[in-house]
Write a protein that binds this ligand. Structure first.
Ligand SMILES: Nc1ncnc2c1ncn2[C@@H]1O[C@H](COP(=O)(O)OP(=O)(O)OP(=O)(O)O)[C@@H](O)[C@H]1O
Length: 256
C-alpha cells in the first residue's frame, strides 16, 4: 500500500449531550508516501484535532487511522507510544530543543528514548538532511532560530519515520527564515538532500511524507496539495497550489 497515512471516516467529538462539539466529522483522507500536504481551514475547523488524531496523540471517537499500514486504534497505550516514536515525527511552532545539549545530542534524543544508542552516522545523516551537518557540536543558543527549527526537524527525522507532522512549523520564524525552512521541507519530500559521506548511503532514497497545519497561504503553497477543513468536515482540496489560489479558497470558506 502506497499511503504513509490513511484516515477513514475519522470523527472526534468533545463532550456530550447539548455541550458536544464535533471537531471532526467523518473525514476520509490519504497521504501518499513522498507527498507534502498542507491542512488549512478557519480557526476552530479541526486542523489541530486532525493532526493529533492522525499522529496517534489523541484517540478519535470513531473511524480509523492507518500509519504505514498499521491500524493504530488496535494498539494499546504502550505499543502506541513505541509505534509513534518509531514511525512518526512531530515538529511544532516552538523548537523545544534542550538548551544544555548539542544539536547532535538533541537529534539523538528520540533514539535514546527508544532505548537505542544514537549512532554518529545516523545523527549526522539527519542533520545533513536539513543542511546542518557542520553545526553538530553547537548548542541551541549558538544557533539562529531557523537553524534551531532545522535541528528540530532533524530530530523528528532521525528514526526515519513514515510521516513527519508539522503544526505551524514556521510560526515562530521571520518570513525569510520561514521560507528557508519550507525549502528544506520541500526537498525532503521531492528528493533526499544529502551532504558529505551520507550521500553515498543507498538507504537514503526514501522520500519523507509531510503533513503540515498552517494558517498562512504562502506557507501552504510549498505543499503539493492543500486540503481544506470547515466545521470539522473536509470541504475541498487544491493540488499544486499557489498562495493566491489558497487565499481565495480561504476567503470563500470565511464567507460561506
Ligand atoms: N480539548 C477540547 N475540549 C473541547 N473542545 C475542544 C478541545 N479541543 C478542541 N476543541 C474544539 O474542537 C473544535 C476544533 O478545534 P481545533 O483546535 O482542532 O481547530 P483548529 O482548526 O486547529 O483551530 P485553530 O486554527 O484556532 O488552531 C473547536 O470548536 C474547538 O473549540
Amino acid at each position: 500500500m502506497d499511503d504513509a497515512v490513511r484516515l477513514e471516516s475519522l470523527t472526534k467529538t468533545y463532550g456530550s449531550g447539548t455541550g458536544a462539539v464535533s471537531a471532526l466529522r467523518e473525514v476520509d483522507l490519504s497521504f501518499p508516501r513522498g507527498s507534502f500536504t498542507a491542512v488549512m481551514g478557519p480557526s476552530g475547523s479541526g486542523k489541530s484535532t486532525l493532526l493529533q488524531c492522525a499522529a496517534g496523540l489523541d484517540r478519535p471517537t470513531s473511524g480509523r487511522v492507518f500509519i504505514d499500514g498499521t491500524d493504530i486504534g488496535g494498539l494499546n497505550e504502550t505499543r502506541l507510544t513505541e509505534f509513534r516514536r518509531e514511525s512518526t515525527g512531530f515538529v511544532f511552532q516552538a523548537f523545544n530543543l534542550l538548551p544544555s545539549l548539542t544539536a547532535a545530542q538533541n537529534v539523538g534524543l528520540p533514539l535514546r528514548l527508544a532505548g537505542r544508542k544514537p549512532g554518529r552516522k545516523t545523527v549526522l545523516r539527519a542533520l545533513a538532511q536539513v543542511g546542518l551537518e557542520d553545526q553538530a557540536g553547537k548548542r541551541p543558543s549558538q544557533l539562529s532560530g531557523g537553524q534551531q527549527q532545522r535541528v528540530a526537524v532533524a530530530r523528528a527525522l532521525v528514526t526515519r519515520p513514515a510521516v513527519l507532522f508539522a503544526d505551524e512549523p514556521t510560526g515562530a520564524l521571520d518570513i525569510t527564515t520561514g521560507r528557508e525552512l519550507l525549502e528544506v521541507l520541500r526537498k525532503l519530500v521531492g528528493s533526499p538532500v544529502m551532504g558529505g559521506q551520507a550521500a553515498d548511503d543507498p538507504e537514503l532514497v526514501e522520500p519523507t511524507t509531510i503533513v503540515m497545519v498552517t494558517h498562512d497561504p504562502n506557507v501552504a503553497s510549498y505543499a503539493d496539495r492543500v486540503v481544506f477543513l470547515a466545521d470539522g468536515a473536509l470541504v475541498g482540496e487544491l493540488t499544486t497550489p499557489t498562495a493566491e489560489a489558497v487565499a481565495a479558497r480561504m476567503t470563500d470558506l470565511a464567507v460561506s
